[in-house]
Structure formats: structure tokens, C-alpha cells
Ligand binder design. Structure first.
Ligand SMILES: Nc1ncnc2c1ncn2[C@@H]1O[C@H](COP(=O)(O)OP(=O)(O)O)[C@@H](O)[C@H]1O
Ligand SMILES: N[C@@H](CCOP(=O)(O)O)C(=O)O
Length: 328
């Protein structure tokens, strides 16, 4: 098979102590004592690809495309600057998603900064199915925990998932790697699974955007028992294939719960998914689309599939999740 050759992109980064109860690496602000208004932290938060075909609202994997948010406590007020993705359209006031998540986390952990300055250097494309909103939410929450000197904890997951309405993306951005997410009554849960070392994901990103809340509205209230059984088997297989048996990725990423229902929102995306799969490439819609995820082990796409209207972006798996570090 003739294939487009691609090279993995995105810096591999070292693990930094921060989350999962390991504590903030910088100044510790515990015991009710807070350091003064100069305290600041940098949050580096990964993109994510949710669903992975068969695991609608249940599976997510972090990708090494990172938004970087510098968070500083100031004397008063709010100052937000944004560069990169969304610089022309995201809000700079209290309605900004990062700010809203930051404020909600402050309330949850009982932290009250006098004023706040944020700089968001955004890389994750917006409304393309690569988890930009989840990254913004996790970034804001991590900023609050970082400034407060608290390690990220289960409440951070609860809050992030409540914001997003599902835990698949936010858990991936928090924990890195592959996550299995679930919801039990009103509590969310997530378990991290290490993805196989050979995975070479490729994001095939169209120019047009698609808002997640719009394509969630295309989904039916009920699905057949047969489709539910299909999804149960394939999503369980997806965890095994992504972690241990990449040779099983093609059947594992087959979906019956969301992609076809959403086809009208992005017909070209579905065309590419079908053509790649027909050529033996494990492809699926990334999140709520319109990006196509090709989960390869050779970083190659078949030339027979026309992706000329898309940006082809090889992107490594992020195995670390959100990182918080002290700033200057
Ligand atoms: N870094 C950010 N700062 C502020 N708002 C953001 C940021 N990232 C995403 N958003 C908001 O989330 C929207 C995209 O969310 P969504 O439709 O869920 O798509 P995605 O698949 O990119 O998460 C953007 O249009 C914007 O309103
Ligand atoms: N399970 C969700 C995932 C949405 O991911 P996003 O990256 O498109 O926000 C869904 O399919 O709606």
C-alpha cells in the first residue's frame, strides 16, 4: 500500500509531580496560609480525543498538543490575555471558560485570590473534536489548585466533568494516557490505562468547526439492544487494543452509538473515516468531530484516501496529563 509518510510531532515532556495526590512541586501554600499577590503558576494542559470510536462518553486519550495558561494572583480585578487559537473570539471577562472554571474551583476549595491575571497561549484547535473546552476547564481548575498550593484531587475531576457534562475528555486532560470514564448517580469516575508504546495517532483536521453541544443534539434518546451490546464489546476491546493489542484496533474502534447519527454535521469527516477503515486503518471521529482520528502504529495514511482538504497532524500520546509548575 502506498502511504503518506508522517512524522510524530509535539514535544515529549518529562513528568512533573503535580496531580493524583502527589502535590504541587513549587511553593506550598498549605495550612490556610497564603503567599502574597505575586504568586503565579504555569499550567500545561493536553488536548484529548474522546470516544475512540466505540467508547461514546466513556473513553478518552490525551494528545501531546498543549495549551499553556499562566495564572497570577494580583492585587485586584481580572486581566485576561489570549494568544494562538481563539485569540480573536474568546471572551476576556468573567464569561471566559478558563476563568469560570478557575472561579468554580476557588469556591470549591475555599480559596479567594484578591485579583487574577491569566495569559492563555492556546494551541488546541477550537470546536474540532480535540477537547479544547475540556482543556480550558481543566486548565482553569488546575490554575486555582496550583495558586492555592493544593494537589489536584477527585473534586477536580468532579468539577471538570460537571462543567463538560461528561468525563471522557476532562479525565484524559487531567490524567494523561487512556482513560475509562463513568458516571454513577451524580459522581464521575475515571481510571487511567497506559496506552501501548507503538501507537502513532494522526489527527486529520478539517477547516470547518463543529460545536459539541450541537452534535450532541443529533443523538437519539434510545438505541437498540443490539447496538448497545455491540458498543459494550467493542469498547471493552478498545481498552485492550489501545493498551496491549494494537493489531485489534480496527474492530475495536467500530462505533454504532454516535458517528452515523452525527453524519449530517460533517459528511466529509465520515467519508474519510469510512475510506480509511476500508483500507484497514483504525479510524474514528475524534470526540464530537469534525476531526478524524487515525490510530496507527506506523504513522502512515493510505494514499488512496483523499485528505487534501484536511490538515494532517501526527500527534503523540500525552502520558502525563495536566502539569502545574511555579512561575518565576
Ligand atoms: N482556551 C479556551 N479559552 C476559552 N474558551 C475556550 C477555550 N477552548 C475552548 N473554549 C470554548 O469552547 C468552545 C469549543 O468547545 P467544544 O464545542 O466542546 O469543542 P472542542 O471539541 O474543541 O472541545 C470554543 O468555541 C470556546 O467557546
Ligand atoms: N463524548 C463526547 C466527547 C466530546 O468531545 P469534544 O472534544 O468534541 O468536545 C461527545 O461525543 O459528545
Amino acid at each position: 500500500m502506498h502511504r503518506h509518510r508522517t512524522r510524530p510531532q509535539g514535544p515529549r515532556h518529562r513528568a512533573v509531580e503535580h496531580a493524583r495526590g502527589r502535590g504541587h512541586p513549587g511553593r506550598r501554600l498549605g495550612g490556610g496560609h497564603r503567599v502574597g499577590p505575586e504568586v503565579s503558576v504555569r499550567v500545561r494542559v493536553p488536548a484529548s480525543t474522546a470516544n475512540l470510536g466505540s467508547g461514546f462518553d466513556a473513553l478518552g486519550m490525551a494528545l501531546a498538543l498543549h495549551d499553556v495558561i499562566d495564572v497570577r494572583e494580583t492585587e485586584s480585578g481580572l486581566a485576561v490575555t489570549v494568544s494562538g487559537e481563539g485569540a480573536e473570539d474568546v471572551a476576556r471577562d468573567e464569561s471566559n471558560l478558563v476563568v469560570r472554571a478557575f472561579r468554580a474551583a476557588c469556591e470549591r476549595i475555599g480559596f479567594a485570590p484578591a485579583g487574577l491575571a491569566l495569559h492563555c497561549a492556546n494551541v488546541i484547535p477550537h470546536a474540532r473534536g480535540l477537547g479544547s473546552s475540556a482543556a480550558a476547564i481543566v486548565g482553569g481548575i488546575a490554575g486555582a489548585y496550583g495558586l492555592a498550593g493544593r494537589p489536584l484531587d477527585d473534586e477536580a475531576l468532579q468539577l471538570a466533568a460537571q462543567f463538560e457534562g461528561h468525563a471522557d475528555n476532562v479525565a484524559a486532560s487531567l490524567l494523561g494516557g487512556l482513560v475509562v470514564a463513568w458516571c454513577d448517580e451524580d459522581r464521575f469516575g475515571a481510571a487511567r490505562v497506559e496506552p501501548h508504546a507503538d501507537l502513532q495517532p494522526i489527527a486529520i483536521i478539517p477547516a470547518e468547526s463543529s460545536a459539541t453541544h450541537v452534535t450532541r443534539g443529533l443523538l437519539p434518546d434510545k438505541v437498540s439492544h443490539a447496538d448497545a451490546a455491540f458498543a459494550a464489546g467493542r469498547s471493552a476491546l478498545a481498552v485492550h487494543a489501545i493498551s496491549t493489542r494494537p493489531d485489534l484496533l480496527l474492530p475495536a474502534l467500530a462505533d454504532k452509538l454516535h458517528q452515523d447519527y452525527r453524519e449530517s454535521a460533517w459528511p466529509s469527516t465520515i467519508r474519510v473515516v469510512r475510506e480509511l477503515r476500508a483500507q484497514g486503518v483504525a479510524a474514528a471521529v475524534s470526540g464530537a468531530g469534525p476531526t478524524v482520528l487515525a490510530l496507527t502504529t506506523d504513522g502512515a495514511l493510505p494514499r488512496a484516501v483523499d485528505v487534501s482538504a484536511f490538515t494532517v497532524l501526527p500527534v503523540a500520546v500525552d502520558r502525563t496529563g495536566v502539569q502545574i509548575s511555579p512561575l518565576g
